[in-house]
Design a protein. Sequence first.
Length: 228
Amino acid sequence: MTLSCLTLFMKAPPSLVAALFWWLGFATAPGQLITIEPDDYADRTVLTGLFSEVMLSTTLSDNVPVGLFVVTAHDDGFDFAPTGQRVFGHAHVPFWNNERRLRMDFAGLVSTIQIDFAGGNSFTQERGRIDVYGTGDILLDSYTTGLLGGGQVDTMAISRPAPDIQWAVAYVPSGEGSFGRLDHLAFSAPVPEPSSLALAGAGLLTLWVWRRRRAPSPRSPDSGQTIV
């Protein structure tokens, strides 16, 4: 913060300072995890574009969303769902692999993400994986499960010291299976990037300065002269 901004901040009325700190604290304070559970929706409900906190999409192995394959709540059909009866699905199937990945783009930065993975094959074991990315598509961290048989579950969870996860992708690594199930997504509340917070704070101070300059100067009740 420059010296001029600091001077304005020190001269700002207490109500404005309190409002600014309240807004910054509300935007950055951690809270309960936001949960998306396919069992809360009817079979084949389209989940892509349904939530303000996160955009769910299907990608190929290049992690680029494919608009044709919307994400849905899908009946598992084989009792492999980690919770309840429904899992995340796409293109009329309830499973994921290396060529069909579940991508999650958050409406800000998050510090925690977790999603259940279950093996989806009674005859062979599978692994699940989640990769999380920050600003500039930089890979921040990954979690890979052990080998899981049909219906065996592991919660793939990643927690960061501060909110820096912008998007994530969950899938079955190449050669590790073809029918993995994904269910019960949970993540911390998205917060604005630091640059956005600074811009908002500067905007509040600018508004206060503008209103202060437009306010009429007080006048003496006797002489009508402006009080300096």
